[in-house]
Design a protein around this ligand. Structure first.
Ligand SMILES: [Zn+2]
Length: 264
């Protein structure tokens, strides 16, 4: 659990778990160039953080993404408790996208009820339509997301959706069709809750590379270019699900290379 402020907005990184993956599998298309990035790997593996972000803005309590869930022994609920927040205090749950490592704690497995009992759940419309149309839909969609409709807790959103005066969504497709970023603006400061638009520090250095988890390469690259220009123009803080723990930091440039610098 790590807390920072952006103007009047509180951003709390909640780490569900950390897991390593073979870099050659994650970057199958560019595996021959991974030797340039051994400083960003651990024994040939990419180390992924799995973070959610709690936002306190304009009197609202918003949880962005809900981690892997109980099957993965994730710690999200402990992290939330460490931040001093009860699940029933969360008013809005927003999924940046509908992959299972972002929806895992959405429902209580035993009761089938929303784990965040008083929350509306904001779901990107294009992801909802994309995964619902698959036969069969992904297990995590059927388990975590589809029930929200009949439970009456689901709100589909797309485009620029204002959550509160300081919080606006952006459609940032590529990793998935409906992927969303949350832009925080308060007292002249900005932050971007990027979801999986950039998965690893390698994506920051090489924004044209794609991972095996990305849905479509062309929009991945367009989205990253757009985000980089906005983030660099405003020197914004970045909160990203899988960048190194706690997932809070900045994109910086030095010696011709763009890199990730985590908050101290
Ligand atoms: Zn993810």
């Amino acid at each position: 659990m790590q807390r920072v402020t952006v103007g009047n907005v509180e951003v709390v990184a909640l780490v569900d778990l950390v897991q390593s993956y073979s870099a050659e599998r994650v970057y199958a298309e560019t595996a021959d160039r991974l030797g340039e990035f051994t400083d960003l790997l651990e024994d040939g593996k990419v180390v992924l953080n799995f973070a959610s972000f709690l936002l306190r803005a304009d009197g609202r309590t918003v949880l962005v993404d809900t981690g892997n869930g109980p099957e993965a022994q994730g710690r999200l609920l402990d992290e939330l408790a460490a931040a001093g927040v009860r699940p029933d205090e969360v008013e809005l749950v927003l999924f940046t996208h509908l992959h299972g490592d972002h929806t895992g704690w959405a429902l209580d497995r035993e009761s089938g009820r929303p784990r965040f009992a008083n929350a509306r759940y904001l779901v990107p419309r294009a992801d909802w339509e994309h995964y619902r149309a698959q036969t069969p839909p992904p297990n995590s969609f059927t388990r975590d997301v589809a029930p929200l409709e009949s439970l009456g807790a689901l709100d589909l959103v797309d485009g620029e959706h204002t959550i509160s005066p300081s919080l606006v969504t952006l459609h940032t497709p590529g990793h998935t069709p409906g992927h969303m970023t949350v832009v925080i603006s308060s007292q002249g400061q900005q932050a971007y809750v990027l979801g999986d638009a950039f998965l690893t520090p390698i994506d920051v250095a090489e924004p044209d590379w794609v991972t095996t988890w990305d849905w479509s390469a062309v929009p991945v690259r367009e989205t990253r270019r757009m985000l980089l220009s906005r983030i660099e123009a405003s020197n914004a803080l970045v909160a990203a699900s899988h960048l190194p723990v706690p997932g809070l930091g900045h994109f910086v440039r030095s010696e011709g290379r763009r890199s990730w610098r985590g908050v101290a």
